[in-house]
Ligand binder design. Structure first.
Ligand code: HAM
Length: 437
């Protein structure tokens, strides 16, 4: 077959490669930025006492149907679901499996499966990984996207837990210099007060339904609270009652206490009574951090989360309280205000001239790496000019020039590529100097 006939295979629609900076000019798809945000988040998790959990990328479909809710957009429209092979490899006769669209239900499944409550009154877990939703792709919205999240599960539902998580998020955002954000909070009530609110919403919405969009008409039947989230019928939604007015005494007190803890920490927020979130497991506190810049187009939610006190029981576990959030890593990368340093940039480039110098450089590179210095070199024989071009392109801070003369003298030129300063050093001196700074 000739070369022209071989069809190239590309990424699936609305998925993408996250690449080293050298191979993409798309600043929102550079892997060193993902690493940077992950490292800041890991540092926050260390300080706040979270431990890492890694769950499988696919689970039984039932976990999400029961955990997230059959009537949510995520479960009803967006999951990648397939039937596994059955006994004797019979196609389509096996279990229904799903690529995880979110990670709260899997973490609770794991909490229950490993009886974590036996070991600790409060499990503080974090995760970093891909999620999959078959959404319509657009700026800031992908079919494979990455989340960093935490879940706090156990005996306590103290609102101080929630404020502490918000404080940690505030630290992460400031550390990343993502400052143009607002925190919206709400309470979505509990099984005691929400049914009454839903009833009231039904009554209020019914006469207005003819003027409302198809989605609202559908949600009126299946998931009435989600009508409040409609981005089209905003004028009608603005006239609907506020859940804040109908909270039961316990939910009202919980929310007031949450606000008090935020105030005590001087954390700024807006109460948005229309904030209801798109997953069914929430009880009481719900929150989102939105960006006020237009880096993300219409996808302005940087992160979201809330309390889910009934989730463990609905998945067959013990009664447990739960609270958490997930941030959209792809959206965070798009919101970074400035260039971040790339740890893959080598510290030193070895510029060798001639065969002997090449052989020497191979060994010197090994020695440098053993003492912790990152270095790069080329495997072709080139002229000094072309070698120095490569040194420049590598962005290494230092270049060591190794030619015949240097080898005979046993002294090598170390050039600082920023200050252009040059030093002549022995091999031992080179190792000492580079190791030290
Ligand atoms: P979520 O609001 O569905 O919540 O997703 C959290 C974040 O993931 C969003 O705010 C957004 O930044 C990002 N995200 C969601 N879908 C996409 C997409 N298609 N492309 C890019 N980014 C996206 C949850 O997933 C809950 N499990 C959060 C949680 C944890 N609640 C309690 N604990």
């Amino acid at each position: 077959m000739s070369k022209q006939q071989v069809k190239q295979i590309r990424t699936v629609k609305h998925t993408r490669d996250i690449l080293p900076r050298d191979f993409t000019s798309d600043t929102s798809a550079q892997s060193h930025k993902f690493q940077y945000i992950e490292s800041v988040a890991r540092e926050a998790f260390r300080r706040y006492g979270f431990q890492e959990i890694r769950t499988p990328i696919f689970e039984y479909t039932e976990l999400f149907a029961r955990g997230v809710g059959e009537e949510t957009d995520i479960v009803s429209k967006e999951m990648y679901t397939w039937r596994d092979l059955g006994a004797n490899n019979t196609p389509g006769a096996g279990d229904s499996l799903t690529l995880r669209p979110e990670n709260t239900a899997p973490v609770i499944r794991s909490y229950i499966q490993h009886q974590m409550w036996q070991q600790s009154d409060l499990a503080k877990l974090f995760y970093i990984g891909p999620q999959f939703r078959r959404e319509r792709g657009q700026k800031g919205r992908f079919r494979q996207f990455y989340q960093i999240g935490v879940e706090i599960i156990g005996k306590s539902d103290n609102p101080a837990i929630e404020a502490e998580v918000i404080e940690m998020l505030d630290w992460i955002l400031k550390e990343l210099k993502i400052l143009n954000t607002t925190l919206s909070i709400n309470s979505v009530g509990c099984p005691k007060c929400r049914p009454q609110f839903n009833e009231m919403l039904k009554k209020e919405i019914e006469p207005r339904l003819v003027n409302m969009c198809g989605d609202c008409n559908h949600r009126y039947e299946t998931n009435i609270l989600r009508v409040l989230d409609c981005k089209r019928d905003t004028e009608i939604v603005a006239q609907l009652p506020s859940i804040q007015d109908l909270l039961c005494e316990e939910c009202r007190a919980h929310f007031a206490e949450f606000c008090r803890h935020l105030d005590k920490r001087k954390l700024k927020y807006q109460v948005d009574p229309k904030l209801v979130r798109g997953l069914d497991y929430y009880t009481r506190t719900a929150f989102e951090v939105l960006t006020t810049s237009d880096d993300l187009g219409s996808q302005n939610a940087l992160l979201g989360g809330g309390r889910y006190d009934g989730l463990s029981e609905s998945l067959g576990g013990p009664p447990s309280k739960g609270f958490g959030f997930a941030l959209g890593l792809d959206r965070f990368v798009m919101s970074l205000p400035e260039e971040v340093s790339d740890p893959s940039i080598p510290k030193v480039f070895l510029a060798h001239l001639g065969k002997e110098a090449f052989e020497f450089s191979l060994i010197l590179a090994g020695c440098l790496r053993k003492v912790g210095v990152s270095c790069a070199m080329d495997f072709e024989m080139r002229s000094l000019k072309n070698t120095m071009k490569l040194a420049d392109r590598s962005k290494a801070r230092y270049t060591i020039i190794i030619g015949e003369e240097e080898l005979t003298k046993g002294r090598f030129v170390l050039r600082d590529m920023v200050t252009r300063e040059q030093l002549e050093l022995t091999e031992a001196e080179l190792l000492e100097k580079l190791k030290a700074n």
